[in-house]
Design a protein around this ligand. Structure first.
Ligand code: PAF
Length: 281
C-alpha cells in the first residue's frame, strides 16, 4: 500500500492507472476506521482493480461549535487497517492543500440538503458535496462506495453524480452494526457507559417501525410516535428528528407508500447519532 499526501501526485497516479486500463475504486472517509469503513474497502476491492481510500477530516462539513477539533483521529492504526482490508493507495491530503488561502468554490445540492441533518446542521452537506467533488477530481474513480448509515448523504451524492455527469458509479453498502444493533460510527466513542447502553434504542425503534409496518400500519404519525416513545424513555436521549420520507425525494410522508426511508438523529450526551432503514410498502 502506498500513502500519498500530495494532490498533484494523486492525480497523476490516477491518470497513470487509468491509462493502464485499471478500474479505480474509491472509498472517501474521515478516518478512525471501524468495521463499517473496512466493509466499504472490501466492497471496493470486489468492484475494482485498484482501491484508493481517502482519509481527510473535512473542516467544511463541520459547523461552528461542532466536533471538528475533537473528531477522533488515529492515522497509524487506520493505515494498518486499510492495508489489511484491500486498500492499495491511502490518500491523506492536508487542509492547506484541499482549502488553500483564497479558496472560494462550493457545490450545493438544493432541497435535499436542507432537510433532516441539513436542517440541524446548516452548511453540512455543502461541505460534504464540495469535498466529494474535489476528491472525485483528484482520485478520478470509476466507482465510489458510501455507507447506507449516512442515508441522506448517499442520496445527495447520487444526485450530484447524476446532475454533474461525474461518470462515477455510486455504490451504497449496507449499515454495519455492533452485536446489540447499534450502527457502527466513529462518534460512538463519545458515549459513556450509560449512553452506550441506551443508544441501542435507535435500532430498536427502527425494528419497532418495521414491525408495525409489517402488521399493516401505514400512518406515518402512528409509527413516529411509537418510535419516539421508545426513545424518550431513555434518560440520556434527546431527539433531533424521527422522520418518515420518500426514499428518493426526501419528501415527508403522511401515508406510507412506495420506497420509504425512516431516518432518525438523536443526541446522547456529546454524541449525535444517526440511523435509518429503507422499506418498500
Ligand atoms: O461519510 C463521511 O465520512 C464523509 O462525509 C465523507 C463522505 C468522507 C466526506 O468528508
Amino acid at each position: 500500500m502506498r500513502t500519498l499526501i500530495d494532490i498533484v501526485e494523486m492525480q497523476s497516479m490516477a491518470d497513470g492507472l487509468r491509462k493502464q486500463g485499471n478500474r479505480i475504486g474509491f472509498v472517501p472517509t474521515m478516518g478512525f476506521f471501524h468495521e463499517g469503513h473496512l466493509s466499504l474497502m472490501r466492497k471496493a476491492k470486489e468492484l475494482s482493480d485498484v482501491v484508493v481510500v481517502s482519509l481527510f477530516v473535512n473542516p467544511a462539513q463541520f459547523g461552528p461549535g461542532e466536533d471538528f477539533e475533537e473528531y477522533p483521529r488515529d492515522e497509524e492504526r487506520d493505515s494498518m487497517l486499510a492495508m489489511k482490508n484491500g486498500c492499495d493507495v491511502l490518500f491523506v491530503p492536508g487542509v492547506e492543500g484541499m482549502y488553500p488561502k483564497g479558496y472560494a468554490t462550493y457545490v450545493q445540492v438544493n432541497d435535499l440538503s436542507t432537510v433532516l441533518c441539513g436542517a440541524s446542521r446548516p452548511g453540512h452537506f455543502q461541505g460534504v458535496t464540495t469535498v466529494v467533488t474535489k476528491l472525485f477530481n483528484i482520485v478520478k474513480p470509476h466507482v465510489a462506495i458510501f455507507g447506507q448509515k449516512d442515508a441522506q448523504q448517499a442520496i445527495i451524492i447520487r444526485r450530484i453524480a447524476e446532475d454533474l455527469n461525474y461518470g462515477v458509479d455510486i455504490v451504497i453498502a449496507p449499515i454495519v452494526r455492533e452485536s446489540d444493533g447499534l450502527a457502527m460510527s466513529s462518534r460512538n466513542m463519545y458515549l459513556n457507559r450509560k449512553e452506550r447502553a441506551e443508544a441501542v434504542v435507535l435500532h430498536q425503534s427502527l425494528l419497532e417501525a418495521e414491525k408495525l409496518i409489517a402488521a399493516g400500519e401505514r400512518r406515518a404519525h402512528v409509527i413516529r410516535e411509537a418510535m419516539k416513545s421508545l426513545i424518550t424513555a431513555k434518560d440520556s436521549a434527546r431527539i433531533d428528528y424521527v422522520s418518515i420520507l420518500d426514499a428518493d425525494t426526501l419528501q415527508p410522508l403522511d401515508l406510507l407508500q412506495g420506497r420509504i426511508l425512516i431516518a432518525l438523529a438523536v443526541r446522547f450526551g456529546k454524541a449525535r447519532l444517526i440511523d435509518n432503514t429503507i422499506m418498500t410498502c
